[in-house]
Write a protein that binds this ligand. Sequence first.
Ligand SMILES: [Fe+2]
Length: 408
Amino acid sequence: MTAPKYVEPSGDQKAGYLHYKRPASPWEIFLKEEGIPVYHGIGMRDSRDLPRAPWARQGGKATYIQLIGTNNDTGMYCWELPGRGSSEVIHHFYEERFIVLNGRGSTEVWKEGSSAKTTFEWQPWSVFSIPLNAYFRVVNASSGPAIILAVNTAPRIVNMFQSKSFTFNNPYNFEDRFGGNLEDYWKPAEDYEAHPVQGRAQLTTNLFPDAQNCYLPLDNNRAPGFRWVYPQMVGNTVLGGFIAEYPPGRYAKAHHHGSGAVLVCMRGKGYSITWPSKEGGLTPFQDGKGDLVLWQEYWEGGMISAAPTGNPNETWFHQHFAISSGPFRVFNYTGGSAFGVAGPGQEGDMVAGIGAEITDGGRAIPYHMEDPFLRKHFEERLKENSGSFDMPEEVYTEAGASIRVMSD
Ligand SMILES: [Fe+2]
């Protein structure tokens, strides 16, 4: 389509339109061309319940999942490979990470210009990532379907370069991410390190054989007894996030930030609530603004967009509640690896860590300042689910707010 000729306004009239419709982004056009369903929403109980359709590009059947707040940022899909079936050979210039929900199998990964394949095996709740721009093929060894959740940075690359050939047919090898001696490349690591910027736990591993049951170190930042690790995988610079766990009968302090994080439940059952921080304030129910609060219950395979806003100037408070009889484990699998690496401001600026509360320059509401409805409601939900309330009473006092380390 050729653009119409520009006509200058006359006098002091403004050029162009004061209001106009936002066009589809290259990523949104790409999604339509893929020929599989696209799910929109703030989350769902179990992503396996979403309808899937045959997918020519990667093989098997799939649905895209584009939660509110992730648009043009991260791509997600729920993918089914038939029993004893395998995917097409896949190769793309974006980071990608997978969580296995059902089935067992293996993945072959290799480089441009090399026939030597590296291979690893996976089972339910394995988490693996494919090195940027490597070739790979996923093979389902089970007799039934394998179902795998994926997250990637495709929207950024598709939007930035607007070239399928660049995205899917680029010969560049990232030797720094997938090079040298690859013999132990997929050997899972178990030694937790302190993250150099925040000092919290990180694990540098390209594969979690069982991220549902693996050990998670004590962290305490979001709740007493909260466990947490930052997974540093295949040299990814964008896909970071965290795996976190709430003890049964406990819940997170509310905290606020912009959109992007998606929590996938890997163990147990819970619910999350989220509301716009400026509009809803600290105590939305008490202030008659309860209708601004969005709720999502989810269990293994389900998810929520923690701050579901499309507005870059807006932050949302969110809070997660463990209602299962066992721990509630979630994977923020879209989360960035920024960790103070690429934040706003200048080098050397002080950044409030996630454990910092609003009374201490942070973004979290201490329990003693939260909306009283939340605890009451949580106690009721626990009763319905045969769980029991297990928050230590002292966290509801001002003194308790400054307790940084607590035992289980
Ligand atoms: Fe968050």
